[in-house]
Design a protein around this ligand. Structure first.
Ligand SMILES: [Zn+2]
Length: 83
């Protein structure tokens, strides 16, 4: 049993999308970090992230942010509400 679809159709061009891992730049509180983002990607440039994909990147992102800014390492302040 898996809720991961075998194939995702691109909502832009209708082509089949493939699993891939691509670098994605994220800006957060003045930091710009590049994470390796797994997801479904289309040849036309569209990308679709599942909840699982997003969760994987958030863990990676928080780790990177903690390395860059040690003053925040004890603060569970990922949410923008803390901005
Ligand atoms: Zn497409």
């Amino acid at each position: 049993m898996s809720d991961q679809p075998n194939r995702v159709t691109c909502h832009e061009c209708g082509a089949g999308m493939d699993r891939d891992i691509r670098p994605m730049a994220i800006t957060y509180k003045g930091h710009t970090l590049t994470v390796q983002q797994p997801g479904w990607y289309c040849a036309c440039g569209e990308g679709v992230l599942t909840a699982e994909d997003s969760a994987a990147t958030q863990i990676d992102f928080r780790h990177l942010l903690g390395v860059q800014d040690t003053t925040r390492q004890h603060e569970d302040g990922y949410s923008d509400k803390h901005a």
